[in-house]
Design a protein around this ligand. Structure first.
Ligand code: NAD
Ligand code: LMR
Length: 341
């Protein structure tokens, strides 16, 4: 029995993500929450002949908390793509003013109604929205760092696709062979690929173009959509790819396994994470690293410096990423500290 809730289910990501979740036969209940059209999306998906029972919840007005409480009750996993996407000319950080309070309020509701749920945050800026979620959960006394994930899988998906194109390799064969670490925005995104043999056929210029494309792949989609939003379909695929691992660990799948994707997590809450952050990350506490999942939570993480043979060049990229991450993390934490929950 696995109940999954999607908050922001009627949006560009929410709808295809909910469709993919409905197709997963390990999901027994799919709870769709949005401030608009959640019931319509739920009615539509409920006609698909898979076991998950689909229910839609939307508040009657701004004061109505019943819908979110009902949507969250008894849920094992909450996936959050709620909030606004970028338009051309904006950075992800420009979304902070609107999305920070959406995440704060949704996570406060999760803390009060489903404190044991795993929370997967898609809403941008991920570098700040995950620290916001952590701080809300801390303030409300229910923070379990093993169950909080910033979803950065789209960066892995892009890295596999773009490297596959450049090296004429089937991208499916690159899944799990390369990792993306850091954060989820521009130069905080760091693909680690040099331990993959096919990379050796790339010259310096091609390698640098590859790194840049992974870091700024989101901009390509924002530009092409020309004001109609950012990546939705590839994100729904990526979000589902990560959620599926977690669902598997709750559905009698392998008790514990290493997923080929990273997630942006609070390291000091995971065994060895505090030491890793101090030794390699100048004390930066939120960072995306490959994870090992078990029973719906993080069991451990992969230390890229010890297990992935990070090159000097990649190490420099990590140094740049750390500088960018620090401010975004602090901004999120300060925002919650100044908020009344
Ligand atoms: P969208 O505007 O199409 O959908 C967002 C949905 O959230 C809408 O249906 C809206 O009604 C809903 N919503 C707003 N406030 C809400 C609230 N308080 N509670 C519940 N629902 C609420 O946007 P989208 O394209 O689906 O993108 C959503 C977010 O995901 C954006 O912030 C975007 O930047 C981010 N994103 C992240 C990644 C990633 O890799 N992590 C990738 C793509 C997009
Ligand atoms: C992405 O990487 O596509 C998302 O973070 C959306 C964006 O704003 O680029």
């Amino acid at each position: 029995m696995v109940k999954v809730t999607v908050a922001g289910a009627a949006g560009g990501i929410g709808q295809p993500l909910s469709l993919l979740l409905k197709l997963n036969t390990n999901v027994t209940e799919l709870s769709l929450f949005d401030i608009v059209n959640a019931k319509g999306v739920a009615a539509d998906l409920s006609h698909i002949n898979t076991p998950a029972v689909v229910k839609g919840y939307q508040p009657k007005d701004k004061e109505d908390r019943t819908a979110i409480v009902d949507a969250l009750k008894g849920t094992d996993i909450v996936i959050i793509p709620a909030g606004v996407p970028r338009k051309p000319g904006m950075t992800r950080a420009d979304l902070f003013n609107i999305n920070a309070s959406i995440i704060r309020d949704l996570v406060a509701n999760i803390a009060r109604t489903a404190p044991n749920a795993a929370i997967l945050i898609i809403s941008n800026p991920v570098n700040s929205t995950v620290p916001i979620a952590a701080q809300v959960l801390k303030k409300l006394g229910v923070f379990n760092p093993r169950k909080l994930f910033g979803v950065t899988t789209l960066d892995s998906v892009r890295a596999e696709t773009f490297l596959g194109e450049l090296t004429n390799t089937n991208p499916k064969n690159l899944k799990g062979k390369i990792s993306v670490v850091g954060g989820h925005s521009g130069d905080t995104i760091v693909p680690l690929v040099n331990y993959e043999p096919s990379v050796r056929i790339l010259n310096k210029k091609q390698y640098e173009a590859f790194v840049h494309r992974v870091q700024y792949g989101g901009d390509e989609v924002v530009k092409a959509k020309n004001g109609a939003g950012s990546a939705t379909l590839s994100m729904a695929y990526a979000g589902y790819r990560f959620a599926e691992y977690l669902i598997n660990t709750l559905s009698g799948g392998p008790n514990s396994y290493k997923v080929p994707d990273s997630a942006y997590i609070y390291l000091p809450g995971i065994e060895g994470g505090k030491e890793f952050s101090q030794k390699y990350l100048h004390g930066v506490e939120f960072f995306s690293v490959p994870v090992v999942l078990s029973n719906g939570e993080i069991r451990s993480f992969i230390n890229p410096f010890e297990e992935l043979r990070v090159t000097e060049e990649e190490n420099k990229l990590i140094g740049v990423a750390l500088k960018g991450l620090k401010g975004s993390i602090d901004q999120g934490i300060e925002f919650v500290n100044a908020s009344k929950l």
